[in-house]
Design a protein around this ligand. Structure first.
Ligand code: OSB
Ligand code: MG
Length: 376
């Protein structure tokens, strides 16, 4: 493929409901949407960097800068053998995985469209539907949380993830398990604990959780390994897994027994597939995390989750759980069996609503050769 031109768009959508984690509360969702044009087709990507450096050091603005100054110039007006080769062309840029992934994933969509096959098939996925799940933020009170869980179960979700933090953990789980003894339940601390909290963390073993996600610091594989030895419940790493090499280290050290793969966090589909294959060979279950993506990012996540090693329920919910109106059609719906269907059309298999996209756009920048046009 030849990348003839590219476009970046900063967009903002209102979330259907605010989302609170141990690191903050989000009311609106900002994202950078990437378009890559080549050989008569267009590939779509979405950058998952947040507004502030809380989940990761990357932000919407650092990603915009790195895309514009360092990543797009490496591929523009160049002949690219395929998305794997494109990832290698971006690899001299150290870090900035979310910026890289947005471009790389757009190239996979473009390649799949040029071949006339679904993105899922190009990635090696075989499933026609993937297991859904819903991530529930920290609520104002325990009764409110119980209501929220009941509503999500009613909607058909079969696995609930609760955000926890010190002070919103054991009493909350006590009540949740009391009311919902049988549901598939897991928790995510977004790195809010330390080994000083060992008694509280050990008490999590009482709640029959599928897993405990990222309890300790984002860069602390050693303490996660110590903690995993103290717990029966499997630990799952999210923030710590920023590369294939981080997975090797985590598995070698015993820092977790499950891996959350977010393609944005690891730099795209090429590293996601490598991590998936490594985990599969070592019988380590994986699942696909989410970053409150628009329908574009969700379509990418659904395609990835169709690979065979994604055996646990994913943080993939219906479009409506995130936004009143998504930017794609058809929107993602939850099937009666708690799954989300993998689109069967070429590439991401959903249509981007260009009018809707225009409505939510804050800034556009177009790149063509060494010149560019646009407002930022
Ligand atoms: O830690 O998994 C996380 C959203 C934003 C940032 C980090 C996380 C999350 C979620 C939401 O848990 C998952 C989703 O997109 O449904
Ligand atoms: Mg997480």
């Amino acid at each position: 493929m030849r990348i003839e031109r590219a476009e970046l768009r900063l967009i903002e959508l209102k979330l259907a409901e605010p989302f609170e984690t141990s690191f903050g509360k989000e009311i609106n969702k900002r994202a950078i949407i990437v378009m890559l044009f080549g050989d008569g087709a267009v590939g779509w990507g979405e950058c998952v960097a947040g507004e502030g450096p809380w989940y990761s050091y990357e932000t919407v603005e650092t990603a915009w800068l790195v895309l514009k100054e360092f990543l797009i110039p490496r591929i523009l007006q160049r002949e690219v053998k395929g998305p794997q080769a494109l990832w290698e062309m971006l690899s001299p840029v150290r870090g900035h995985n979310m910026a890289k992934a947005a471009l790389e994933m757009a190239a996979w969509d473009l390649e799949a469209k040029l071949k006339g096959i679904p993105l899922a098939a190009l990635l090696g996925g075989r499933k026609v539907k993937v297991k859904g799940g819903v991530s529930i933020g920290i609520q104002g009170s325990i009764p409110q949380l119980l209501e929220e869980i009941a509503r999500r179960l009613d909607e058909g979700y079969r696995r609930i993830k609760l955000k926890i933090k010190p002070g919103w953990d054991l009493q909350v789980l006590e009540q949740v398990r009391g009311r919902f003894p049988k549901i598939k339940l897991q928790v995510d601390a977004n790195a809010a604990y330390s080994l000083g909290d060992l008694p509280q963390l050990k008490a999590l073993d009482h709640f029959r959780l599928l897993l405990i996600e990222q309890p300790l610091a984002y860069d602390d594989l050693a303490d996660h390994a110590l903690l995993q030895r103290e717990l029966e419940t499997p630990l799952c790493l999210d923030e710590s897994i920023f590369s294939f090499n981080a997975v090797k280290a985590a598995l070698e050290l015993g820092s977790c027994r499950i891996i959350n793969i977010k393609p944005g966090r690891v730099g795209g589909f090429a590293p996601s597939i490598a991590i998936h294959d490594e985990c599969r060979a070592k019988l380590v279950p994986v699942w696909c995390g989410g970053m409150l993506e628009t329908g574009i990012g969700r379509a990418h996540n659904v395609a990835l989750a169709s690979l065979p090693g994604f055996s646990l329920p994913n943080d993939i919910s219906a479009s409506r759980r995130y936004f009143e109106r998504d930017i794609i059609e058809p929107e993602f719906l939850l099937n009666e069996d708690g799954t989300i269907s993998v689109p069967g059309g070429p590439g991401i298999g959903v249509e981007v609503l260009e009018d809707r996209l225009e409505e939510v756009t804050i800034t556009v920048r177009r790149f063509k050769g060494s010149k560019f046009t646009g407002s930022h």
